[in-house]
Design a protein around this ligand. Structure first.
Ligand code: PLP
Length: 442
């Protein structure tokens, strides 16, 4: 539990936040468990657990039937779609549910690829998770496309934007880029990359899996063509979600079975979906929105109201969307405090190297996901020793394989990854630093 000092200093009510997540109360070998494994999947609030089990208890059925449980299932999926649309800031018919980001990306790459021809080009990046690289490389192989790679600045693990811009041209059909790196925490200038892609007539496919727990996603403002994320990374169930601009979802031809209608979004959703996990999605979006409602009411701001955005944009800024925006402002502020404290403490440990941005003046270009190595200590050894003390971190490449190979750490165990999310506390950070010092003997 947070100390009173940390609770007051935080932009979030950490006592409330942590009380929502039953898993956080666990212990390991008598030590309180410290969940620094958010980049691999976050814990879920009680309401998500209740929504999943409640669905199985009362509503479990297939869709489209003329009876009560089936109708409730249809209504539940519609409400999860509406919640996700508020989360991403798009229309509900632009939201596609699938098993995970990787499967959705493979499905979309198959459909995008069938309209491309030899000589067309695509661009991927050295920084991305392999799920936003391999599907496109395999699409390129199938259709004879040329692949361009955007390189990084090795010293701070940021994208080399000049290099990226130079590799987009009139032949480019697709630019696939991550919003934030799941290995080193870099947040990419996605809006600018979308602009560059569009100027060349290419579509932009954004992997927001790692960004989603840390920052507000606004597909309308980004103007991206596709954006994918996974609800299990932002306090929900094990599901993937894809946003596609309506025009693309209608224009592209999905591979699908005949009884699936041609109407979007269903023509992109095949077979029977994981209904119980979809039930968890609305609950996790509501959890985030509630953080925002609480933050707003503490500041004396009245409950957000529905505002029309007007113009050609049919979407309205729902009260839930306004609450989600407020939630991310509070999450950002809290995580920023944790990041500053963790970074300062890590920099004092001799022999420790941090990959990625370390300058606090540039922390708006990164999130609180840190990749480190410590001289004479393999990442797996550190993760194991931390694990015995109750700290859950990761070692290896976390599928950011192109990056670990490029930085030549792949053969020696990759990195130790410490992932901060909003339910972590200052006290946990202080304890982690003490444990690391003890393990390396300084
Ligand atoms: C940045 C990033 N992209 C993609 C993925 C793959 O997501 P999924 O497990 O939903 O396929 C991950 C998972 O760790 C990730 O961190």
């Amino acid at each position: 539990m947070p100390t009173p000092e940390t609770a007051i200093a935080s932009a979030l009510d950490l006592t409330y936040v942590r009380s929502q997540f039953p898993a956080l109360a666990q212990t390991v070998n008598g030590h309180p468990a410290v969940f620094l494994d958010g980049p691999g999947g976050t814990q879920v609030p009680q309401r998500v657990i209740d929504a999943i089990s409640g669905y199985l208890l009362r509503d479990n059925a297939n869709t489209g039937g003329a009876y009560a449980t089936s109708r409730r299932t249809d209504a539940m999926i519609a409400s999860a779609r509406a919640a996700t649309a508020d989360f991403l800031h798009c229309g509900a018919d632009e939201v596609i549910f699938g098993p995970n980001m990787t499967s959705l990306t493979y499905a979309m790459s198959r459909a995008i690829g069938r309209d491309l021809k030899p000589g067309d080009e695509i661009l991927v990046t050295r920084l991305d998770h392999d799920a936003n690289v391999s599907p496109w490389l395999q699409m390129a192989e199938d259709h004879g496309l040329t692949v361009r790679w955007a390189e990084i600045h090795d010293e701070d693990c940021t994208l080399d934007m000049a290099d990226l811009a130079s590799k987009i041209n009139a032949k480019t059909k697709l630019v696939a880029v991550g919003y934030a790196s799941n290995a080193v925490g870099t947040i990419n200038p996605v809006k600018e990359i979308v602009r560059l892609a569009h100027a060349a007539g290419a579509v932009a496919y954004i992997d927001a899996v790692h960004y989603a727990p840390h920052g507000l996603i606004d597909v309308a403002a980004l103007d991206c063509d596709f954006l994918v994320c996974s609800t299990y990374k932002f306090f929900g169930s094990h599901m993937g979600v894809l946003f596609g601009k309506r025009e693309h979802l209608k224009r592209l031809r999905p591979y699908k079975v005949r009884p699936n209608t041609n109407a979007i979004p269903n023509c992109w959703e095949w077979g029977t979906l994981n209904h119980e996990c979809i039930a968890g999605i609305a609950a996790c979006v509501e959890y985030i929105a509630d953080l925002g409602r609480r933050a707003l009411s503490e500041k004396g701001v009245p409950h957000p109201t529905r505002v029309s955005l007007g113009g050609n944009n049919e979407t309205q800024l729902s009260s839930r969307r306004a609450a989600i925006e407020a939630a991310y402002a509070a999450i950002h502020e809290h995580e920023r405090g944790l990041l500053e404290r963790l970074m300062a403490g890590l920099r004092e440990i001799p022999g420790l190297k941090i990959y990625g941005i370390t300058d606090p003046a540039r922390f708006n270009q990164r999130c609180g996901t840190l990749a480190i190595r410590i001289e004479n200590h393999a990442p797996l050894e550190l993760a194991t020793k931390l694990g015995e003390r109750g700290f859950f971190t990761w070692d290896g490449n976390y599928y950011a394989l192109n990056l670990t190979e490029h930085l030549d750490v792949e053969k020696s165990g990759g990195f130790l990854r410490i992932g901060l999310v909003h339910y972590n506390t200052m006290e946990e950070v202080a304890r982690l630093l003490a444990a690391l010092r003890e393990i390396v003997g300084v």
